[in-house]
Design a protein around this ligand. Sequence first.
Ligand code: 3HC
Length: 302
Amino acid sequence: QYIRSLSSSAALHAIKHVTVIGGGLMGAGIAQVAASTGHSVVLVDTSEDILKKSAKGIETSLKRVAKKKFAEKPEDGEAFIQKVLKNVSTSSDAASIVQGTDLVVEAIVENLKVKQDLFGALDKVAPEHTIFASNTSSLQIADIASSTARLDRFGGLHFFNPVPMMKLVEVIKAPATSQQTFDALLEFSKALGKHPVSCKDTPGFIVNRLLVPYMMEAVRLHERGHGSKEDIDVAMRLGAGYPMGPFELLDYVGLDTSKFIIDGWHAMDPDNPLFGTSPLLNKLVSEGKLGKKTGEGFYKYK
Ligand code: 3HC
């Protein structure tokens, strides 16, 4: 046991230095939460423009957190914001950043090949002990990890939007993920102040496997003419206690993301009625109406 734990370099390193790859909403949220909990974080993206937007988004979100957390003492809130901002920097050079990192969390585009290429390249330059994790919402962790030689130090960390508010992290143990790596990811999630749940490397893990078919059922119900969007949303908010109705949530998550997930599952299992596609969703995406982020989805936003 002693020798086994000594040989496990991953288990001997507490996660302090974190690299988050992908400056979108999820990546920025993960970077913000890690920085807020005392980790030193570098947020990486190939686009400087996106990094500027993410830094601005982090600051705006931190102000919202501080307003709530330090309602009685705004000056403490300002000190909190400054302290957190000191913990996070940005870079467009992933290869040099990962050399000093304990954990890489990837939150880039949901494209298997792009993720495999990224991790394959980082695997060559990252230290032995560095753990790799993907925030994928619907791809298999084992498929992403297959481009690396660190299958034992590779797992999933799936966060929820908005990351600073949502308490859950799904921690995914792929068949080759070592127990030490899995434990380190659980500990890291707790250190972020989140509540981790253990997931197998199955499509959609727990939340999306239940949530996406539910949201698609709502769209189909509406397509059949059995309820207006507004009534379905009110019904699920007031009748089932959901903070948002399914159409509001689809707009919030992004219609492109939702379509990508359901299309992938439909291709994998075309006879499963839970994985059926929707003409209405497809139409909105083809018109560029992707939800809140583009100003219009099922609803219009100012
Ligand atoms: N950053 C910081 N604080 C935030 C925030 C953010 N991004 N969003 C909300 N808040 C806080 C702020 O304190 C805000 O107060 P403020 O407006 O004065 O700043 C407070 O929350 C209240 O926010 P709102 O008035 O906008 O509305 P709500 O009370 O309804 O809360 C919500 C917003 C937390 C988003 C809530 O509606 C909710 O829980 N919605 C469901 C979200 C959900 O289901 N997410 C999971 C999606 S699935 C997913 O992400 C997986 C992926 O793989 C697809």
